[in-house]
Design a protein around this ligand. Structure first.
Ligand code: SF4
Length: 125
């Protein structure tokens, strides 16, 4: 039987990898080979540490929890279309010069559209 700290670490890693989709508590414990009692304890601990959030979900007529990571790890895909990568001013762009990220319309537009897309994924919660 795995140690509780190992399980906690594995559970957190698994939940982090589920991203915006999250994972049903019961599904996670099955994958990790933990009992539901032990799994519930670990989920509460991770929630207390502010690493995950739990949302009640009705599944097959029974209430359970879906677990979501509090922080989504960023990926290279998330910045693949940032305008700075193809910008002709890239080498002159600096926060202390006239061409800077602080007053760049292209970057502002990109950030706003990224934020808008993410809020759509999150359901404006
Ligand atoms: S912040 Fe704007 S000006 Fe600077 S590199 Fe990015 S796109 Fe170009």
């Amino acid at each position: 039987m795995p140690k509780r700290n190992d399980l906690e670490q594995k559970a957190l890693q698994y939940i982090m990898n589920t991203g915006f989709e999250g994972v049903l508590q019961s599904e996670l414990w099955r994958k990790l080979g933990a009992s539901s009692r032990e799994g519930s304890r670990i989920a509460l601990k991770l929630e207390e540490k502010n690493l995950i959030r739990r949302e009640r979900e009705l599944r097959d007529g029974r209430w359970t929890y879906r677990l979501y990571p509090k922080r989504i790890p960023s990926s290279i895909d998330s910045i693949a279309d940032v305008p700075c990568l193809k910008c002709s001013d890239n080498t002159r762009c600096d926060s202390s010069s006239a061409i800077s990220p602080q007053n760049c319309e292209k970057l502002t537009e990109w950030l706003l559209s990224t934020a808008k897309n993410e809020s759509g994924i999150l359901g404006d919660s």
